[in-house]
Write a protein that binds this ligand. Structure first.
Ligand SMILES: Cc1cc2nc3c(=O)[nH]c(=O)nc-3n(C[C@H](O)[C@H](O)[C@H](O)COP(=O)(O)OP(=O)(O)OC[C@H]3O[C@@H](n4cnc5c(N)ncnc54)[C@H](O)[C@@H]3O)c2cc1C
Length: 436
């Protein structure tokens, strides 16, 4: 029998364990096929593109996934559905100005609404919790947080509700935090159940969703494409590449811009009534540090705890150890509580921290690099790509300022890790000195 210590990266997620391997898709792709559109990669970017196309009347779609839908980051993440990009809001405003940033950020808020709306419309059973998402201040600087909320309201039309220390304590019972900000309309859910539900919906609409069908090559052929898997191929007029941080070989010209970055999650044993003592309101929480902790209650009174960013693919045993210390810093009363499950996943980042949405010179579409803010932005990307494939390119053109620039290969990975250590050191200094 396999023990925790035997598990390798990335580990089996709690969501997978709970799903009872319920996916029954179209099987591996075999033989010759033809479709209007082929989507490579069954994460939320690919699935959302397919949903966006079906909702616009295109049904001849083939999705090819290396493992199962949601096997990458989309089915093993924290389950926070909130607005914004990986690029910080202040940096976005600085780069494009307040008016353009308001439009771009507004699209992610619309996407939060779209994820929620599809859950209702398609009847997806994915443990939605509408209590929302709260940003808790790690540094105890209430005024700075209030100024940030004002700035977001004025420059981004983004209304965050300020929670005083006393109000935050009514959401999260930890001495660790100062004030907080509540994001209206945000929510949290089981991301794997969500994506499997969307994949089922696609199959009902006639989309071919092929699991365990790794794409080996994508070739131009006349006006269209041929996409090759072992033992099969598909001809298509359009191909969309949505392989997240899990492939950098199919189109190196775009994918060499990606930096796969790991983050880790662990889930406690059921805590019973102790959980509502710690989280009097069942909100999802993250904090104001660069490499923040993130946590949320699960329906069976477990606490899901996530954190850290790194280039390292750690084993679940190491993730347990690493996150146990982080958990105890916030909730000392949980010292000694065991993590029942631990796992990790790859996020994909571009150096500029914005999504890569566009079309290669040879005509191949791509939607990549959603970083740690992927649930709303992949849904937005699916809409933007579906519009563009059907000839409406005004929104995709607004992402062209963020091009796929080389991430520096192995040296770039070293630089990224050094930068993370540096930013984490700055956070620690700020914490020790209590300075803003
Ligand atoms: C641990 C963790 C916690 C996170 N928490 C949150 C959160 O709480 N909220 C949030 O908004 N974001 C979160 N994120 C980020 C979010 O999950 C991602 O940004 C988002 O899921 C990316 O979706 P994607 O479709 O681009 O990539 P993925 O979900 O990684 O999908 C890519 C897919 O492509 C497949 N693939 C790769 N190569 C091939 C090939 N050659 N042929 C066929 N298929 C291929 C892979 O198997 C994979 O399924 C988290 C990420 C991680 C890892």
């Amino acid at each position: 029998m396999m023990t925790h210590a035997d598990e390798g990266w990335p580990g089996r997620s709690w969501y997978e364990a709970k799903s009872n391997d319920r996916w029954s898709g179209s099987g591996r792709l075999a033989g010759d096929h033809a479709h209007d559109v082929v989507i490579v990669g069954g994460g939320l970017a690919g699935i959302s593109t397919a949903v966006g196309l079906v909702e616009r009347g295109i049904k001849s779609i083939c999705m090819l996934e290396n493992e199962l839908p949601g096997a990458g980051a989309s089915g093993r993440n924290g389950g926070f559905v909130f607005a914004g990009y990986s690029l910080a809001n202040d940096a976005l405003i600085k780069q494009v100005g307040s008016a353009e940033a308001t439009a771009l950020h507004g699209w992610t808020r619309d996407a939060v609404g779209l994820v929620r709306n599809r859950i209702d419309r398609f009847g997806l059973a994915c443990d939605v919790n509408d209590a929302g998402v709260v940003l808790a201040d790690w540094f105890g600087d209430d005024e700075r947080l209030a100024r940030f909320a004002d700035r977001m309201r004025q420059q981004l039309a983004f209304g965050l509700e300020f929670l005083s220390r006393e109000q935050l304590a009514r959401h999260v019972n930890s001495p660790r935090y100062g004030a907080g900000l509540f994001e209206p309309a945000s929510f949290h859910f089981n991301p794997l159940a969500h994506i499997l539900g969307l994949a089922d919906w696609l199959r009902e609409k006639g989309v071919a969703v092929h699991e365990r069908s790794p794409v080996r090559r994508v070739e131009r052929c006349g006006d269209g494409w041929v996409v090759h898997v072992d033992g099969g191929r598909v001809r298509a007029a359009e191909v969309v590449l949505t392989t997240g941080g899990y492939d950098r070989t199919l189109r190196p010209a775009v994918q060499r811009a990606l930096q796969p970055i790991a983050t880790y999650i662990a889930v406690t044993e059921p805590l019973g009534s102790r959980l509502s003592d710690l989280l009097p309101r069942p909100v999802a929480v993250y904090d104001t540090r660069f490499a923040f902790d993130y946590f949320r209650p699960l329906p069976d009174t477990r606490l899901l705890w996530g954190g850290r960013i790194s280039i390292a693919d750690r084993r679940p045993a190491a993730i347990r150890k690493l996150l146990a210390g982080d958990l105890q810093r916030v909730f000392p009363e949980l010292s000694g509580v065991a993590f029942a499950q631990a796992w990790g996943g790859w996020m994909s980042y571009a150096r500029h921290e914005m999504p890569l949405l566009g079309r290669c010179r040879d005509g191949l579409w791509y939607g990549l690099a959603f970083g740690g803010h992927g649930m709303a932005t992949t849904t937005l990307a699916g809409e933007v790509l579906a519009e563009a494939i059907l000839g409406q390119t005004d929104r995709i053109s607004r992402f062209q300022r963020w091009q796929p620039r080389w991430a520096g290969g192995l040296i770039g990975r070293g630089v990224a890790q050094s930068r993370y250590w540096w930013l984490q050191t700055l956070d620690r200094c700020r914490d020790w000195r209590g300075c803003p």
